[in-house]
Design a protein around this ligand. Structure first.
Ligand SMILES: [Cu+2]
Length: 296
């Protein structure tokens, strides 16, 4: 049995996940990775924040080529939304109408699907809403649902898995004021952290190939899995957080990998929590429903 290293460590105490808040804890440790832990000086990357309300409810996302070094000094070709890899956290408010412009600067057709957003089919970015290379797609998103952590990703027929693997993934936060009413942590990047969990196969030259030479039959049938866990695009990062409650917005954006999340020490888990572990299947966000009993 191999030993399971830490993949991410949060220092200081107290966390909140999804819509809830932990009563007490110190360290989050997930027995997920297959790789050796990286040195503890890899900081958790925090995606840019696109706060729609602060920019006239107009958001421009550019699906683009990038280069990103999963291994220091060994950059590889990636895709991102207005970023070399992954994308911004897009914050929108309930009741607002957000004019989104998606620019396709890739050399292949793509779409942008708003996973979890209540949107009519013509705005939902499914495989039918192709954005050709060099073209723009301009949906108006009417935000009319309670606070939530959603995500957006490409959804073109026969190319969704590859495009996500290459880096096209972003988080969308819907605000409705309830986090202020509940006094949840809400300072983005400080005590309110997006956590994008993924796995990648990274070659010794730093590349993350995704073509027929790299895929085996299982990858093709069930989705590619990698042997290295990346969090917000980094291997085994550490987040320094202030004392007090910290909120984690957990997204499993792996193609096929499920994550079994645990705290390093039993006592670190929230005192009133029914759960000692969290299970996040591929493509899933963890929400308050993952914490039965209402303690969280
Ligand atoms: Cu989805």
């Amino acid at each position: 049995m191999r030993s399971w290293p830490n993949f991410m460590i949060l220092t200081r105490r107290k966390f909140a996940i999804g819509c809830g808040a932990f009563a007490s804890s110190a360290t989050l440790d997930a027995p997920l990775g297959f790789t050796d832990p990286a040195p503890a000086d890899t900081h958790l990357p925090i995606p840019m924040l696109f706060d729609a309300a602060k920019q006239g409810n107009a958001v421009h996302l550019k699906a683009m080529f990038g280069r990103h070094a999963f291994i220091e000094g060994k950059p590889t070709g990636t895709y991102g939304y207005s970023a070399p890899v992954l994308g911004p956290v897009m914050r929108v408010r309930r009741g607002d109408e957000v004019q989104v412009t998606v620019e396709n600067a890739l050399n292949t057709v793509t779409t942008v699907h708003w996973h979890g957003l209540l949107a009519p089919g013509y705005n939902d970015g499914g495989p039918q809403q192709l954005i050709q290379p060099g073209e723009n797609w301009r949906p108006v998103l009417k935000i009319n649902q309670p606070a939530a952590t959603l995500w957006f990703h490409p959804h073109p027929h026969h190319d969704t898995a590859r495009q996500i693997y290459m880096g096209l993934t972003g988080i969308m936060i819907i605000d409705d004021g309830s986090d202020a009413r509940l006094d949840l942590p809400r300072t983005y990047g400080v005590d309110d952290l997006p956590i994008i969990l993924q796995d990648r196969s990274i070659d010794s030259d730093g590349s993350i190939g995704y073509d027929n030479n790299d895929l085996n039959a299982l990858d093709i049938a069930y989705g590619a899995r990698g042997d290295t866990i990346v969090v917000n695009g980094a291997i085994a990062p550490t987040a320094k957080v202030p004392a007090g409650l910290v909120r984690l917005r957990l997204l499993n954006a792996a193609n096929a990998q499920n994550f079994d999340l645990r705290f390093q020490r039993r006592t670190d888990f929230p005192r009133h929590s029914v759960r000692r572990r969290l299970f996040a299947s591929a493509g899933r966000r963890l929400t308050a429903h993952d914490f039965p009993g209402g303690a969280l």
